[in-house]
Design a protein around this ligand. Structure first.
Ligand code: AMP
Ligand code: FE
Ligand code: FE
Ligand code: ZN
Length: 290
């Protein structure tokens, strides 16, 4: 029990994907898995979608695991894809609904185009890709990767990413995405709490420039996802320094995708203290407590 009478949520894994985007587990199964490893909470953060929230919430009772509703919003800075975690947003916010619909629509036409290009050189159809999705899935390259695996063209999702789906192979192309500043504003306008996802995957030299970070902070950025399996070790000290300088929270999360990626649920975690601060700032929706 905390001083204000509310029960602390505890340590959390704040970045988890389900079949609603490019994870391989259902939202309900994720809650059960989180319970089996003793996590206090998970945030469901499917790409550009809140469609898994209801199933995840329904699975909370009896697990002892709280659900923090979230989303990983696709953004783009020039040619670079940047992901913005959005916690506790209002899922009915009109601005957010319009923007995520636009991104998902663009993801769909872009995926169809990528498959068209690949199909000139490999036996692969759009139906092969659809077979890797469920109704309403936020489609992405991982589903094309799974279709390539199913067709026997590559052995694993990761092999597809480092081969056929790598930009240098010439098939891939980007989808529409707003810039990160627009995303932070959109998330705050929807009552949500924005955290810059895996900001160190390109190493210390390619961490976001201070002037740009300052703009995101002014617009309401809450934190940096410093502890993430794909942040390069040399980038972490730099990220901690930036968090300190700008008064940003430091989060830790696994970016679990089930069997779709090697990341293990709970391998990186956010402290109970930061979780409590994040929950206190979110007004668009509420955590679902066990
Ligand atoms: P897209 O959303 O189409 O741009 O594809 C990017 C997504 O693919 C990311 O959100 C990751 O979850 C996933 N991804 C990237 N690299 C890999 C990899 N090597 N193995 C499995 N999944 C990956
Ligand atoms: Fe993903
Ligand atoms: Fe991401
Ligand atoms: Zn992610």
């Amino acid at each position: 029990m905390r001083a204000d009478g509310t029960r602390a949520i505890g340590e959390a894994d704040l970045h988890v994907h389900s079949v609603v985007s490019d994870g391989t587990e259902t939202p309900g199964a994720l809650l059960a898995e989180a319970a089996s490893i003793g996590l206090g909470a998970i945030a469901l953060t499917d790409h550009d979608s809140t469609a898994g929230w209801a199933e995840a919430a329904a699975a909370v009772p009896g697990t002892g695991v709280a659900l923090i509703p979230g989303m990983e919003l696709s953004t783009r800075e020039g040619f670079t894809s940047v992901h913005m975690l959005a916690y506790l947003v209002d899922p009915l916010d009109e601005g957010l609904i319009a923007e995520t619909a636009r991104i998902r629509e663009s993801r769909l036409t872009r995926a169809e185009e990528i498959v068209r290009r690949i199909s000139r050189d490999y036996d692969l159809s759009w139906d092969d890709v659809l077979a890797q999705t469920i109704e309403g899935t936020t489609i992405g390259r991982p589903h094309i990767a799974d279709a390539l695996v199913a067709r026997g063209h590559v052995a694993t999702r990761s092999a597809a990413f480092s081969g056929i789906l790598h930009p240098r192979a010439g098939y891939a192309q980007p989808h529409y995405a707003p810039d990160p500043l627009t995303a932070v504003r959109l998330i705050r306008a929807a009552g949500g709490v924005p955290v810059l996802a895996h900001p160190g995957t390109r190493g210390a030299e390619r961490v976001i420039p201070e002037e740009r970070l300052a703009q995101l902070v002014d617009a309401g950025l809450f934190g940096l996802e410093v502890d993430h399996p794909e942040n390069r070790p040399d980038a972490k000290p730099r990220l901690r320094q930036l968090a300190e300088r700008f008064g940003l929270a430091v989060t830790g999360s696994s970016d679990y995708h089930g069997s779709g990626k090697p990341n293990r649920l709970g391998e990186c975690r956010t402290s109970a203290d930061v979780v409590a601060r994040l929950v206190a700032e979110g007004t668009g929706s509420a955590p679902v407590l066990p």
